[in-house]
Design a protein around this ligand. Sequence first.
Ligand code: KG4
Ligand code: ZN
Length: 361
Amino acid sequence: MPTHILGLETSCDETAASVVRDDGAILSNVVSSQHDLHERFGGVVPEIASRAHLERLLPVVRAAAADAGLTLRQVDAIGVGNRPGLIGSLIVGTSAAKALAWSLNKPLLGIDHVQAHLYAARLHEPSQGTPMPLIRYPALGLVVSGGHTSLYAVQSPLQMQLLGRTIDDAVGEAYDKAAVILGAGYPGGPNIDKLARQGTADPHRFPQSMLGKTSLDFSFSGLKTALLYAVRGKPAGRGKDAHFEQDHTALSQQERADLAASFQHAVVVTILKKIERATYTLTDQAQNPKSILVGGGVSANSLLRERLGDYALQNNTPLHLPELPVCVDNAAMIAGLAHERLKHGEQDDLSLPVIATTALD
Ligand code: KG4
Ligand code: ZN
């Protein structure tokens, strides 16, 4: 008999629930985005996020069970993202998961959201009938999201070590800010991706920050500032009189598209160079990666997917990219990784804490 896990995800501004079968088939994937609630504040407001999770979670859970054709009693375990994230938001999801696990008498599994992003590439639609891709370990893991830009040495779905991470902005955050600078609107990342496709990249236009010869860390704040100056010009005046004399409205549509393309080029080339460097570093330590695993919202980026595909082909390394619906935050990746923990005989009790940081950094 196949087993089914209900996953819950409420770490930031998406209220999500999903049922995943033990072969990685996504039987349902319900995501209620709160973007409309936070947009006018220019960022996620934690208090609003927690309240919205509270209102939305039960209908989302019911929809996930119904879409999967199961009752909640037929689910075998409850997985929940209990770290990292906004504490208030995590409390809502984790408390609901505990209540469900207790009342249904099912195992409870707390899942690290960042680790779950690296599991998303193993999930698939049941209609595809494809078996779960076999991942060759050790793998090199790349998480590119709104909160993280990190490389990991991955030994198994549940075991990995941090190799490098961003020292300032996460790459998704840089995309979102670039969208504000270029007047590309909301949602930032996908809109810059689209705009960039209409432009021509100048590969020398923007800095590709490598942070020294051996660093596996990332930095995107210099790139963001370079884009800001390219759009608005250098600030006039000094101190509190400093101001920009123009904004994106001074540029033609083609100029904006070309800048977006150059920005995207700098981001993607930097990430690829870091992957290459991490591969050398691991190979030097006799841990040469046998595959590349990618996850997080920015893994939906069209140029990144294309260039990673070329890189993997040239280097004869299997590449595992998530399907588009499970790149951005979702609960299927939580349920999927919960299966791995359950298979290993692990489970949590009702004292499961919520933690603002990932276990991996
Ligand atoms: O993984 P995710 O949903 O949330 C976090 O865990 O942070 O990632 C969200 C981020 C946002 O910054 C969004 O702009 C970015 O992923 N993103 C993209 C694309 N789609 C989503 N960035 C670039 N290109 C895309 N196509
Ligand atoms: Zn995420």
